[in-house]
Design a protein. Structure first.
Length: 320
């Protein structure tokens, strides 16, 4: 290894950059990754990257090496990886124990220039992939960097989403309500404009076909603490979507039984309501026999049986 200047001094040097556009790679990814080689301004006379992890940064692995006239030669093991779209941050730890933080961008698909920057060793924990501080570096002069962002598979879920206006007292609405196929783990928010603008948190959701019933917790005086809504997705039928508001008096937060005390019914004038009804997923292998296709998310009976055997940890192959 060449003798080098003190790292803290070297890494604060900056020069103008020249660049050539990179080449993007289209994939159907199952893991996050950063791969590439080339040269870039300031620190990276040459570099090679092979960094990988699970879709949420789990189990990082790989190596990076680079040569620099001003800083010397380095090689390290990848200790963390965080990918967000075309941007990735990862740390490498050298055999001497130094942790170097790297940030790369894969801008070739947008017609831009890939880039690579780094922070000098500064006591950063090996598993800390938070944003860089100094970020010394620049655009690639030669070579290519490919960043792959594999989003974690989202389990199938019931949902009601949409926004628009109606012809009723509810002049405008925004809805994002979701739950598991059997109504488990409800989440989301609803914003309504009805004389005033107010919002609520979704506390339960039941979807049957194109109709969804959900409660929202308001918590803003003088409005009632809980309201019940029913959304009907009439797309394809020629009829307008419907949004109905009900009194939730006597209902608990988790009571999404059919409401009866109608307050307002509105036809959607502009916008759209989309209701998604996912059949409850199987809990026994018997349900997978000759019926796996009915669930709409398994590629075959074995995929269904694997889901059951692992208690849902092996997600269906065709999860949305």
């Amino acid at each position: 290894m060449r003798r080098m200047l003190p790292l803290a001094t070297v890494w604060l040097m900056a020069v103008a950059v020249l660049a050539l556009p990179g080449i993007a790679s289209a994939q159907a990814p199952t893991e996050d990754s950063v791969t590439g080689s080339g040269s870039a301004a300031v620190l990276f006379d040459s570099f090679q990257i092979e960094a990988r992890s699970g879709p949420s940064g789990e189990n990082p692995s790989g190596q990076m090496s680079f040569e620099s006239v001003v800083a010397g030669n380095f090689r390290g093991t990848v200790t963390c990886l965080a990918v967000d779209g075309t941007v990735a941050r990862f740390n490498i730890q050298t055999s001497a124990g130094d942790v170097i933080a790297i940030r790369v961008t894969d801008d070739s698909s947008s017609g831009g220039t890939d880039s690579i920057t780094a922070d000098p060793p500064s006591g950063r924990p090996a598993g800390d992939c938070s944003p860089l501080q100094a970020a010394i570096g620049g655009g690639l002069i030669a070579g290519d960097i490919v960043v792959v962002d594999a989003h974690p598979p989202r389990p199938p879920e019931d949902s009601v989403t949409g926004s628009g206006t109606t012809d009723s007292f509810i002049r405008a609405f925004e809805i994002d309500a979701r739950s598991g196929p059997s109504g488990e783990n409800p989440t989301g928010n609803v914003v309504l404009e009805a004389g005033a603008i107010f919002g609520g948190t979704v506390t339960c959701l039941v979807v049957e076909g194109n109709v969804a019933v959900f409660n929202i917790s308001i918590g803003v005086s003088p409005l009632p603490p809980l309201l019940a809504l029913r959304a009907t997705d009439n797309s394809g039928s020629g009829a307008p979507d419907l949004l109905e508001l009900f009194s939730a008096e006597g209902r608990s937060l988790s009571d999404c039984s059919p409401p009866t005390q109608l307050l307002q019914r509105g036809s959607v004038l502009t916008g759209d309501i989309v209701v998604v009804d996912i059949p409850p997923l199987p809990t026994s292998k018997e349900q997978c026999k000759n019926g796996w296709h009915a669930f709409g998310v398994f590629k075959n009976q074995g995929d269904c049986s694997s889901f059951v055997a692992t208690g849902g940890k092996n997600a269906p192959a065709n999860s949305p």
